[in-house]
Design a protein. Structure first.
Length: 213
């Protein structure tokens, strides 16, 4: 399944996808293009190093969000993209984008949704005193981090944590979870029933394998 990744920053989740792809564990997903809205961001460099096509479209160059979204769709379509992964893409997408890829846009968020949507999720978790934090991969809908949850991973919040130490612990789980979910979606193992998402066992494999998600 031809997969496009959108990013705005350091691209460590993109790197996890690249490593999985090169290592053969992302199939049937293949990374065909990486798009960014910030020129010179590290994510674009990572893609170029991996010989993946890239494009940069600054949202500032478009009069409306919809115009920006339509331009993104055109770039992705040009490469035949069927599945879109938001990996640290710091723009909220409108229907102009989402309607072009129904149930085919994934996002990774550094919190156990529905708690702590939006920016500074790790700070929100620390400020609220939760003892478990984590990350969520979900389908994207028109809200901010509100779409159906596909998979989550939890990490402890330790007494001495600050945003940085907690963020790093969560990122470690993000890098494991995102490629696993992309592979499962591309394999047709992910079923959406309203708000509930079921991950079906891969053909011929026992349930034990599923729990590794
Ligand atoms: C990650 O924490 C991700 O959950 C959030 O943005 C951050 C991106 O980090 N959506 P990176 O660019 O993948 O390093």
């Amino acid at each position: 399944m031809k997969t496009g990744v959108l990013a705005s920053g350091s691209g460590t989740n993109l790197q996890a996808l690249i490593d999985a792809w090169k290592g053969g564990s992302l199939a049937p997903a293949e990374l065909v293009v990486v798009g960014a809205n910030v020129a010179g961001c590290l994510a674009v460099e990572r893609a170029q190093k991996a010989d993946i096509a890239t494009f940069v479209l600054s949202h500032k160059a478009f009069p409306t969000r919809e115009d920006f979204d339509r331009a993104l769709v055109a770039e992705l379509r040009r490469r035949g993209v069927e599945l879109v992964v938001l990996a640290g893409f710091m723009r909220v997408l409108t229907g102009a984008f989402l309607d072009a890829f129904p149930e085919r846009v994934l996002n990774i968020h550094p919190a156990l949704l529905p708690a702590f949507p939006g920016i500074h999720a790790q700070k929100q978790a620390l400020d609220d005193g939760v003892k478990l934090a984590g990350c969520t991969v979900h389908f994207v809908d028109k809200g901010t981090d509100t779409g159906p949850i596909i998979a989550q991973a939890a990490v402890p919040v330790l007494p001495g944590d600050d945003e940085d130490s907690l963020g790093k612990r969560i990122l470690g789980e993000e890098h494991r979870l995102l490629p696993a979910v992309v592979r499962a979606v591309a394999s047709g193992q992910v079923n959406v029933e309203g708000r509930r998402v079921r991950i079906l066992p891969p053909a011929g494999l026992a349930d034990a394998r599923l729990r590794s998600l």
